[in-house]
Design a protein around this ligand. Structure first.
Ligand SMILES: [Zn+2]
Length: 148
């Protein structure tokens, strides 16, 4: 039953997430290949407005489809967060993220400005910009997607 098999594969992917393809493992050099192999990508239907992706540990939740061609700044950005989670641990990453956000909110009184100044987000944007420069053949139009 090809249809049943296809349905089962779809459900498994929804529950477990997909791994990066070999092409993606080669392309996304913002983290070690060993760590990249542990990443799982989930396509979800809803995220808070303005968010295209959220990373929790090695799980990346995307509100948009990303082709497995190794050319997505959004996925590169989220993979930087996978590395940060790995380096800092759950407590270190979360505490830093929340305290940076709180400080930013106090200083700016604006959600978006506070969010953009979170240290982990600044690092992810810079690392993704550097990644884009290394892969400039597809770079320009993709640069605008480097915001999550
Ligand atoms: Zn981010």
């Amino acid at each position: 039953m090809p249809l049943a098999r296809s349905l089962i594969t779809t459900v498994k992917t929804e529950l477990r997430g997909r791994r990066l393809t070999d092409t993606e493992l080669d392309a996304y050099d913002v983290l070690s290949p060993e760590l990249a192999k542990r990443a799982r990508i989930f396509r979800i239907r809803w995220l808070p407005s303005d968010y295209l992706g959220i990373t929790l540990g090695h799980r990346i939740f995307l509100a948009t489809d990303v082709a497995p061609d190794g050319k997505s700044p959004l996925l590169a950005h989220e993979l930087v967060h996978v590395r940060q989670w790995h380096e800092l641990g759950i407590v270190g990453f979360s505490m830093g993220y929340v305290s940076d956000f709180g400080r930013g909110l106090q200083a700016n009184r604006r959600w978006k400005a506070a969010y953009s100044q979170i240290g982990a987000e600044v690092e992810a944007r810079l690392a993704t910009e550097a990644w884009l420069r290394r892969h400039l053949q597809f770079g320009r139009q993709a640069a605008d997607d480097n915001q999550e």
